[in-house]
Design a protein around this ligand. Sequence first.
Ligand SMILES: [Zn+2]
Ligand SMILES: [Zn+2]
Length: 269
Amino acid sequence: MILTDCHLHSDLSTDGLSPMEEEITCAIKHGLKTLCFTEHNDYGARDDGSFVTDTRLYREKFLEMKEKYSDRIGLLFGIEAGLQPTDVHYSYFNELADKWDFDFIIGSSHVVKNKDPYYPAFFEDYEDDDSAYSAYFEEELQNASMYDCYDSYGHLDYILRYGASLNKYFTYEKFSSILDPLLKEIISHGKCIEVNSAGIRKGMGFANPHTDILTRYRELGGLPPTIGSDAHEAKDMAADFDEVEKILYDAGFSSYSIFRNRRREEISL
Ligand SMILES: [Zn+2]
Ligand SMILES: [Zn+2]
């Protein structure tokens, strides 16, 4: 059983709904052993500065909770960094990673060419979903080549949650000329990818990334993935992890990774 959730937002994140303490007590009730908070830091993504969690406040709250619950659950201090392939973002995230004592950094692509595929306007810039997906993966490839200051690439095919056709026409082969170099780049930098269970509860029928991407990652020699629910409220914590366990086995993995002090540890399934 997977008893660790390493992708979780509290109400310190702009779109988080539950207070950190409620999520912690809920995790204890569910019998989870380890919880890693990964509040958003989408530096430069929004004009109003939203989605950039105040790290100082976050750390204070986190340490208070870690102390209070230390005999009941292991708490880890992470962030979800919204990577973008610009020098400004690159310097910002490198400095952030150096400055704070994070356990774990997820690198994610939320904003591509100034737009987030979460909003339908993103797709107006492309002829069809396939060209939007290609542009998204291309930018992830740029990020994966540039950045070293993260540990696991989050929800690699996040965009498949939002296109009009969703994942209906997605096949690995169609995008293999971008996805193969992307996975190879991530693997050669010694990074993991994440299996994010939100895809299942968003009705995609699988986790992010698509099972074919995960299987290819394994074939290419990828490290055991990190696992996260991407919950923004207590009720979604560790959601569908029984399904995720099956997905991991099917892709050929018998363990998953967690990070403590930015060092990888492996836990058997
Ligand atoms: Zn995300
Ligand atoms: Zn997230």
